[in-house]
Ligand binder design. Structure first.
Ligand SMILES: Cc1cc2nc3c(=O)[nH]c(=O)nc-3n(C[C@H](O)[C@H](O)[C@H](O)COP(=O)(O)OP(=O)(O)OC[C@H]3O[C@@H](n4cnc5c(N)ncnc54)[C@H](O)[C@@H]3O)c2cc1C
Length: 411
């Protein structure tokens, strides 16, 4: 009888695994709670109206439709029963011989979950659309507000967390609020808008070389972003953000500070790190259950130097491919190879023609880093139509400085 593989999650890790198992004799089921594979690195461009949702998301079913041995199920997995090798969906149970868990992560509010509604984070398409509407709505409210204090509050955008997502969002919001969209409003000027990036430690982009962090800070400041280092958020309310350096009145607060693993992982009843990620074996398997693999953002993997691998797409992709080699050859636990991560570099964009990149010891800034960033993102974006559309959108934006997708369609 054909052996069964279940893959939970069709993000970077799960989709890679599915594609690498497509030519095998296994019966594969891919389960995802959304119907699309999402290119998260460009989510901030949807949140800031530079791209449309369909530019960065592709239906999972269409990506896997050519493979006869792969079935796709749109459902949320509610728990995993590792003892009975079963995955529980809302109304049914599926059994597996091998399981790949690639469920990614969510943002963490460090125990202050009530902040989520006031300061949304950016992980899904829905998150991006909520943020997009918040930004455009704040500009609209400022346009009709004559009370100066209230207008100032509407025109103040606060981003919490100076990692790549926070930096990219701050730069993109500065571009729209100080340069591009501002032209369409009559009641305020570019100088009236404030973009504040709050970071708890003493530098932004702390995973990058120190010089690149400083360059990114300088670039952001030139674009009009106020970077507040060594500043911690103490509370968030309807009125604004309370920080260790004082209160900031704002209607638009965006959370980009910290990750936490999917609650589904708790049902595996295994050792986790503080972020809830499963501490996996060197072959990415679950300790005690060699038929279960945890990959990508859901896994805590320490490399040969004792460093925990970062939550980035390349780790998920490489682990996704690695575990399929073990499964296809049905390698017994004691003979399995050790996963080795090949770091292809990290980069973050700050704005038009501004980025920082660190590739195999090479440190790039400015236009060259931005061109590299643009090329890499277009190259890895899934789907030829999407690549073409994104390239056209970027060229259009570069020439006209106008964003196309500025509709408010929610409440
Ligand atoms: C805004 C943002 C920007 C980023 N920028 C970069 C970047 O520039 N470069 C980079 O390398 N990385 C970047 N990352 C990180 C990168 O996107 C992640 O590391 C990567 O997506 C992890 O892949 P994954 O397969 O582990 O999880 P994901 O890609 O998150 O996929 C998880 C999948 O699991 C599904 N799922 C979750 N729970 C369940 C469940 N219970 N049942 C069914 N399905 C479920 C989800 O719907 C999702 O499709 C960024 C992330 C974000 C949020």
């Amino acid at each position: 009888m054909q052996k069964k593989i279940i893959i939970i999650g069709a993000g970077f890790g799960g989709l890679t695994s599915a594609k690498h198992l497509a030519d095998s004799d296994f019966d594969i089921t891919v389960i995802d709670k959304t119907n699309h594979h999402l290119f998260q690195p460009l989510l901030y461009q949807v949140a800031t109206a530079a791209l449309s949702p369909s530019d960065i998301a592709v239906p999972i079913r269409s990506l896997l439709s050519n493979y006869k041995n792969i079935k796709v199920i749109l459902e949320e997995v509610v728990s995993i029963d590792k003892h009975n090798r079963a995955v529980q969906l809302k109304n049914s149970t599926l059994n597996y011989d091998y399981l790949i868990v690639a469920v990614g992560s969510r943002h963490s509010y460090f125990g202050n979950n009530d902040w989520e509604e006031l300061a949304p984070g950016l992980k899904t398409l829905t998150d991006a659309l909520v943020i997009r509407e918040k930004i455009i709505e704040a500009l609209e409210l400022a346009e009709i507000e004559n009370n100066i204090d209230l207008r100032r509050k509407y025109l103040t955008f606060v981003i919490v967390g100076g990692g790549p997502t926070g930096v990219e969002l701050a730069g993109a919001i500065a571009e729209i609020a100080k340069e591009t969209m501002i032209k369409d409003y009559k009641n305020f000027r570019p100088d009236d808008t404030k973009i504040i990036l709050i970071e708890a430690t003493d530098r932004i982009l702390s995973s990058f070389d120190k010089k690149l962090s400083e360059q990114a800070k300088e670039d952001l400041e030139k674009m009009g972003v106020e970077v507040k280092l060594n500043t911690k958020v103490e509370n968030i309310s309807d009125e604004g953000v309370y920080t260790t350096q004082g209160f900031i009145p704002s209607k638009t607060i965006i959370w980009a500070a910290g990750n936490q693993a999917s609650p589904l992982l708790k049902s595996l009843d295994a050792e986790t790190d503080r972020a809830g990620r499963i501490i996996v074996n060197k072959d990415c398997s679950l300790p005690g259950n060699p038929e279960v693999f945890i990959i990508g953002d859901a896994a805590h993997f320490r490399d040969e130097n004792g460093k925990v691998l970062p939550a980035v797409a390349q780790v998920a992709i490489q682990q996704g491919k690695f575990v399929t080699g073990i499964i296809k050859n049905e390698i017994q636990i004691e003979k399995r190879p050790v996963f080795k991560y090949k770091d292809k570099g990290t980069m973050a964009t700050i704005g038009k023609a501004k980025a920082v990149a660190e590739i195999k010891g090479l440190k790039l800034t400015g236009l060259i880093a931005w061109l590299t960033w643009s090329f890499v993102h277009i190259f890895f974006l899934i789907g030829f139509r999407n690549r073409l559309r994104v390239m056209i959108e970027w060229i259009w934006y570069y020439l006209t400085k106008r964003h196309g997708t500025r509709l408010i369609v929610g409440k």
